[in-house]
Ligand binder design. Structure first.
Ligand code: TMP
Ligand code: MG
Length: 284
């Protein structure tokens, strides 16, 4: 099933096979998919150049002043190396990630961003879903398999990316940070509890209603690119099987062991959805 992919690594191939067989036996009507967005459904790089996250789409846009762009870039240069630093524990990183998200959102709010310009900004951006995204989204839709996109990015931007790509189907649900606009359509704050890279477990537990609705689907395919994504399924009720696929995009050598220890399948510098698609085709 995986012969085509040279980037695929597994610590325990037998375990992966057992999970897959058990999930296949249960049938596709017991399956739900939970996926991160930035750098998981979207590409990390294209033609040697980094691709933007939801935040970067805004940061690089005409809606942000040059002065603010500088400040956002400084934040990225300070905190992204911490995000991917394998020598620090999650406990150590957590308050720093809260700091990053809080400072970035405060800066964005100062820019008085207009809701009616978001679609244009996304259209003009270099956002790119991974190769194979049409099959991924369309196949899940055709088989009525729920897809939860669970993102510490910006919900309004993420939705626009998948809407413009023509894949924001009715089976897609999004948990993310949503913008709050005033009555004239200007950004005034972000809604609800902040979702950052290391509190997806708390985010999942705040949304028990969603998982309650899906309680007849105890088999989970989870896709992520950060170790923080591993807790996205913590709200799933009566889980039977979970297959975790992790994209390892950056700092490969330092991080490979920790990814192999926590993800069932690790895809190293793979810019496609070929492997998740192969899994879906096997399971449906
Ligand atoms: P996620 O992929 O887990 O949903 O996390 C969102 C990504 O967004 C994470 O890799 C860090 C990134 N990010 C930015 O690029 N710019 C920002 O200002 C912030 C707060 C996060
Ligand atoms: Mg991500």
């Amino acid at each position: 099933m995986f012969e085509k992919s040279s980037s695929l690594c597994m610590r325990d191939p037998q375990r992966v096979q057992d999970i897959l067989m058990s999930m296949q036996k249960s049938g596709s009507n017991t399956l739900q998919v939970i996926s991160d967005f930035d750098m998981t459904l979207t590409r990390f790089a294209y033609e040697g150049k980094r691709c933007p996250t939801c935040h970067n789409i805004l940061d690089n846009s005409k809606l942000i002043s040059n002065d603010c762009k500088e400040k956002l870039k400084e934040l990225l240069n300070t905190y992204y190396p911490i995000e991917i630093d394998s020598s620090r524990s999650i406990e150590e990183k957590l308050p720093l990630m809260v700091e990053w998200w809080t400072k970035a959102h405060d800066l964005l709010v100062e820019q008085r961003i207009r809701k009616d310009l978001l679609a244009t900004v996304v259209r003009e951006s270099e956002a790119r879903l991974r190769e194979g995204f049409q099959l991924f989204f369309n196949h899940l839709h055709e088989h009525s398999i729920p897809l939860l996109i669970f993102s510490a990015g910006i919900g309004d931007i993420l939705e626009e990316v998948i809407r413009q790509a023509g894949v924001f189907h009715s089976n897609v649900k999004v948990f993310s940070n949503y913008m709050d606009f005033d009555e004239s359509g200007v950004l005034k704050a972000f809604k609800g509890e902040l979702i950052h890279i290391y509190n997806k477990r708390e985010g999942a537990l705040l949304n028990t209603g969603h998982f309650q609705e899906l309680r007849t689907r105890p088999n989970v395919l989870l896709l992520g690119d950060s170790l923080g994504d591993l807790t996205m399924a913590d709200g799933v009720q009566d889980m039977e099987n979970i297959l975790k696929i992790g994209f390892l995009n950056d700092k490969v050598e330092e991080r490979k062991q920790s990814y192999l220890d926590s993800y069932d399948i690790v895809l190293v510098k793979d810019e496609t959805l070929e492997v998740p698609n192969a899994v879906l085709l096997y399971l449906t």
